[in-house]
Design a protein around this ligand. Structure first.
Ligand SMILES: [Zn+2]
Length: 503
């Protein structure tokens, strides 16, 4: 048995080389396609896929290692369908001067980032604005399966319109030239075709005429939006919309987008009561009728508020997901630049007041909207928009876990949170043949939890093992503060290993 432990646990490389198949024994399966857990099941994983699920012993030829997972819960890996892997918390999109001045820190961060997502059970991500560093994420030897959208914007519309430095402008490769004839270079049809050829899953459009109540930026014309929609449909690409204000939601719905990638926090003239004001309910009802996906992205707002708190960098969860040098940097004057931007934006109100505006005001509106849609049985999509802003209060993987916690806090049921994190995203993005449930034929991206996620939201942070494309990884080895060679405490994880034959 000792030899098996060493095989499994010494390093990810060793495991990947050694393990083509795995049997998970006596595990309780929790999956969104099941109305209740299936207890004491056996699961065979082989060549990165779930090959068999059985109540009785699974017979296999040859030496196949097995995991006795008595009392544990096997769930599908989490999909966060709104993350930005080029962005660096506390720094921006990874192209700004602050990133360029700290190349070693940025490099360390990028090395840890994929492992931090896995540490919190995120085994698939969708990046709707990949920026210029996403290939560093996919080059890592262990990283969540990666999908992306590409942004279509123009020189006069958000987000390009607000970028002043050349390095930031480089991020936007697909610029549409409004008014060009069908199929001409730079036309909506030409741009959508190029995005399709790049291997992206979707296009992302921005419905943003100004932050807060401002409305000084133009939007793409209705004709351009219609041409993009038509071309995307022909190419089989989904259309994602950035929108978070009532009027921008109306425009996105009118443009027949597939998913709105932010919660609705800006209610225009309407204030928060104990229920949704009728004009807002009418827009949400329209979303439900058109089947438009909804990503709450509550962590965007929470992250803006939390960064204003004096102890923001002392979050006890950070050391597991963030290199220690980076946490130290968050405490330096150089890292204060974004807080200072927020202070200026709020006319130098006290930091605590600014924090409260975000944490209690706008988060509360987003929570009411989420609850309204969940009550209407409209599938919610887990998307954290990590990091959402240059706030360092959001860290990889942790932001996803907190987003799920915010769903539960808003009153979304635990079965609906499970669906939001798994099958809803898989179905919405056309990936349900590979992901979203624990069923034969699906990709073996799975989690072993020590508690039942249908009983407590905290189960999602009590991960013992992550199974990525069929490879078993002990969670603690993914942590930023994991010390290589440290003795493993397997007894506490309640998992023991054996092999079908001496190994
Ligand atoms: Zn985003």
């Amino acid at each position: 048995m000792r030899i098996c432990l060493a095989l499994f646990c010494l390093s990810f490389h060793l495991v990947a080389a050694a393990q083509a198949a795995l049997i998970i024994e006596n595990v309780n399966i929790v999956s969104p396609h099941l109305s209740e857990p299936q207890f004491e099941m056996n699961v065979l994983v082989e060549d990165g896929e779930i090959k068999a699920i059985s109540r009785t012993t699974i017979d296999v030829d040859g030496d196949v290692p097995s995991v006795s997972a008595q009392g544990m819960y096997l769930v599908p890996g989490i999909m966060d369908s709104h993350v930005h892997v080029s962005s660096v918390p506390g720094m921006g999109f990874g192209v700004e001067p602050v990133s360029r001045e700290n190349p070693k820190l940025v490099e360390k961060y990028y090395q840890q980032q994929p492992r931090s997502f896995l540490y919190y059970g995120v085994t698939q991500v969708l990046d709707p604005n990949p920026g210029v560093h996403w290939q560093e994420f996919t080059a890592a030897n262990a990283h969540p399966d990666y999908f992306r959208c590409e942004v279509i914007t123009s020189k006069s519309t958000f987000p390009l319109v607000e970028k002043i430095d050349e390095a930031s402008k480089v991020m936007f490769e697909y610029l549409v030239d409004e008014g060009t004839t069908t199929g001409a270079p730079g036309s909506p049809e030409d741009i959508v075709q190029a995005i399709h050829a790049s291997g992206a899953l979707c296009v992302k459009l921005y419905f943003e005429d100004g932050y807060g109540n401002a409305s000084h930026w133009p939007l793409l014309s209705e004709e351009t939006l219609a041409r993009i929609r038509h071309a995307a449909t022909l190419s089989g690409l989904l259309v994602l919309a950035h929108a978070n204000a009532l009027d921008m939601y109306e425009k996105a719905i009118q443009a027949k987008v597939d998913v709105i990638a932010h919660g609705m926090w800006n209610w225009g003239e309407y204030s928060r009561e104990n229920q949704i004001p009728q004009p807002i309910a009418a827009v949400l009802d329209q979303m439900v009728r058109q089947g438009i996906g909804y990503m709450p992205t509550q962590r965007v707002i929470a992250g803006l508020g939390e960064v204003m708190l004096a102890d923001a960098k002392d979050n006890p969860e950070f050391p597991a997901v963030t290199p220690s040098e980076m946490i130290d940097w968050f405490g330096t004057p150089a890292a204060d630049w974004f807080r200072e931007e927020l202070r200026v934006g709020f006319d130098r109100l006290p930091d605590q007041t600014i924090a409260d505006i975000f944490i209690h005001g706008r988060v509360g509106k987003g929570a009411l909207v989420m609850r309204y849609l969940a009550d209407a049985k409209h599938p919610i999509l887990l998307g954290s928009d990590f990091p959402g802003s240059p706030s360092f209060a959001n860290q990889p993987g942790l932001a996803t876990a907190l987003e799920m916690k915010m769903m539960a806090d808003a009153g979304v049921g635990l079965a609906d949170v499970l669906a939001a994190a798994t099958i809803n995203n898989a179905e919405r993005f056309g990936l349900q043949a590979q992901y979203g449930t624990v069923e034969v034929g699906k990709v073996a991206n799975l989690l072993l939890l020590s508690e039942n996620p249908l009983e407590t939201i905290d189960a999602w942070t009590r991960i013992s093992y992550v199974i990525l494309n069929g490879v078993l990884i002990e969670r603690s080895t993914l942590a930023a503060n994991h010390q290589a060679g440290r003795r493993l405490k397997l007894g506490s994880a309640r998992v023991s290993f054996s092999c079908t034959r001496p190994c």
